[in-house]
Design a protein. Structure first.
Length: 261
């Protein structure tokens, strides 16, 4: 099997599968451009632990970790099989590379199952979830990806799921897409220019170097998964950008694919 790309997804609001105003169809078109993986290792912004924990659930539950949405959303299920062997192997690779990791039964939070429901609606690809560490920095999450990059040669797609910009306090839920804060574009343009240049040092130091970094990410748990997807990429990775627009004034949705050049 060919080496699989690393992927970062801006997963948007939990209502993505049922809200016709959101770009849900684009997730299916993204999946159509990707090779079908043997299994997926998913790092979601919504499972945070002090050290990495890999799920070894054989039938991961669909976790509805949100409130105040239409009933139809709570009735959705994503019954993908688990990938306990992958979870165990991921934890072993991390530990062997000096990043202590553990395993536990854990379901799929909305940062995992919502985009996967749109990308792989048959729910046939086994999924293991790996936690992020919200109190650790971008460099740590990059090292996590580096330790796992060999999995890509085994048919595993390493997917980080978060949001390229995420400031709910500054969001305006009545705003139209054309009302986007221009500082969002300034941040994403900087980030994507640094990705295109493969300027890893600048990216890992984004909170100091990127324009409006703290405004775009008051806390950076929604950006941390991109660094693991980037760490798993080849040194000379190619970059594919799927920009889906900015919603609620400050919430940009952009997906990145890190392939082989």
């Amino acid at each position: 099997m060919d080496r699989l790309p690393g992927v970062f997804i801006s997963h948007g609001a939990p209502s993505l599968p049922i809200d016709p105003s959101m770009p849900s169809a684009e997730f299916a078109s993204l999946a159509d451009r990707l090779p079908r993986p043997r299994a997926i290792l998913m790092l979601s912004a919504h499972w945070g632990t002090a050290q990495p924990v890999a799920s070894i659930a054989t039938r991961p539950e669909t976790i509805h970790d949100f409130y105040g949405f239409p009933r139809a959303l709570y009735e959705l299920r994503y019954p993908a099989p688990g990938a306990p062997e992958l979870g165990t192997r991921a934890a072993g690779l991390l530990t062997a590379n000096g990043i202590p990791a553990a395993t536990a039964d854990h379901g799929l939070d909305h940062g995992a199952w919502v985009p996967l429901l749109l990308m792989f609606p048959d729910a046939a690809v086994p999924v293991a979830q790996l936690s992020i560490q919200p109190r650790l920095d971008a460099a740590h999450h990059y090292r996590v990806g580096r330790a796992l990059r060999g999995l890509r040669d085994e048919g595993v797609m390493i997917v980080g799921s978060g949001q390229i910009t995420h400031n709910l306090r500054a969001a305006d839920f009545g705003a139209r897409p054309e009302d986007a804060d221009p500082r969002v574009t300034e941040f994403t343009d900087w980030f994507e220019a640094r990705l295109a240049a493969r300027d890893i040092d600048a990216l890992l130091d984004y909170r100091r170097r990127a324009p409006h970094a703290v405004l775009m990410h008051p806390t950076d748990e929604h950006l941390l998964p991109v660094f693991s997807a980037l760490g798993a990429a080849s040194d000379d990775f190619s970059l594919d950008i799927q920009s889906l627009g900015t919603f609620q004034k400050t919430l940009a949705m952009t997906n990145y694919v890190f392939g082989d050049a």
